[in-house]
Design a protein around this ligand. Structure first.
Ligand SMILES: [Zn+2]
Length: 357
């Protein structure tokens, strides 16, 4: 039997004469207005699971929005964070956030595991966090490699832009940053001085106990970075972060054979302070990762469009490895406890044999 909703949808499309909906091309880079329209379309297409949340404003007064994806169960749910486009020029990142949304929504229709996850958790996905910078990077060839946001420098400085991924309140200013406003890694005038960093700080910080996982998507380098960027600090769950990260790298490799390196930023890239990943981990969010997507420097920030699909496919596999781990650790704990109890009972009655591993 066809559900009533589907019949209505079908009828609705048949009577819609004025516009034919063109399939969105996930394997092209899109300027900001097209991404904004895409967000509205996703909400229209999946009203039962997707809503938009406006949670801040950029320096140039653009609204920062995310897609909240999950089933409304009436219960308090756990959450997964993903943001893309904190650095303007890393265009593969927003492309990945859009692909990720498409894939989890497809899986929700077909895959019982995703249906379970949609009941237990909400996905909060920000396709473009640094909207001002992203728009600027689309302006012309001279601005294509813009990285920072677009706020003016401090009084007396002739350069604009703060590196948002050095601006978070996480051992701010301690290492791998610059206090020169003309630098690509200018960390701002104080922790969370920038409205884009404030938006994430407030939104995530005000519900931090809900978040199992914080994934922030960058390019390039093919790395999975774990906290912390300052080598004098070690995450209390470093072993878990590394193990799950290595599992994600295996998942990535299995898709197109690409190698991703896993480790702390100072171990595999460079030391830095004030990243959103470190901030999230300091808030108590256990599984905080920075993805540095393709490639390793041949095209760098200007990844050709024919690599969008494979780059997204493999990164999706890696992200889902981490997300599934986070989900199962939380929601299969009850099942695991029951299994352990049964095992103890079997041991007590001596039916397990002699080989225990
Ligand atoms: Zn970046």
């Amino acid at each position: 039997m066809v559900p009533k909703d589907n019949l209505e949808d079908f009828a609705g499309h048949k009577t819609d004469h004025h516009e034919v909906q063109v399939e969105y091309d996930y394997f092209k880079f899109h300027p900001m207005p097209e991404i904004t329209d895409w967000m509205s379309q996703v909400v229209k297409d999946y009203p039962e699971v997707v809503t938009t949340v406006d949670y801040g404003q950029t320096y140039e007064n653009r609204v920062i929005s995310l897609l909240k994806i999950g089933l409304n169960t009436g219960e308090k749910k756990k959450a997964i964070w993903m943001d893309c486009g904190i650095h303007a020029r890393e265009w593969i990142a927003p492309a990945f956030c859009q692909y990720f949304v498409r894939e989890i929504l497809h899986a929700y229709k077909t895959d019982p595991k995703m249906q379970t996850m949609m009941k237990n958790i909400d996905f909060y996905v920000t396709p473009v966090l640094n909207k001002d910078g992203y728009i600027y990077s689309w302006k012309d060839n001279t601005t294509r490699l813009w990285r920072k946001n677009r706020s003016p420098g401090p009084l007396g400085c002739n350069c604009s832009g703060t590196d948002l991924n050095r601006n978070f309140d996480a051992i701010w200013g301690s290492i791998g940053v610059s206090f020169n406003c003309c630098s690509q890694v200018f960390c701002g005038t104080h922790p969370a001085s920038e409205p884009e960093a404030q938006a994430v700080t407030y939104f995530v910080g005000s519900r931090k106990e809900d978040f199992l996982c914080f994934l922030t998507i960058h390019s390039y380098g093919q790395l999975l970075l774990i906290p912390y960027g300052n080598p004098n600090y070690t995450a209390s769950n470093y072993d878990e972060l590394l193990k799950v990260g290595l599992g994600a790298a295996d998942a990535i490799r299995s898709v197109h054979g690409m190698n991703y390196t896993v480790g702390t930023s100072p171990d595999v890239l460079y030391a830095n302070a004030g990243s959103s990943r470190d901030w999230a981990r300091l808030q108590g969010i256990p599984l905080a990762y920075t993805f540095e997507l393709r490639d390793k420097g041949i095209f760098g920030f200007q990844l050709p469009e024919d690599q969008i699909q494979p780059a997204c496919e493999e990164a999706y596999s890696g992200a889902m490895h981490i997300i599934t781990y986070a989900h199962d650790k939380t929601f299969n704990a009850a099942v695991a406890t029951a299994a352990a109890t049964l095992w103890t009972m079997l041991l007590a009655v001596g039916v397990t044999g002699t080989t225990l591993m």
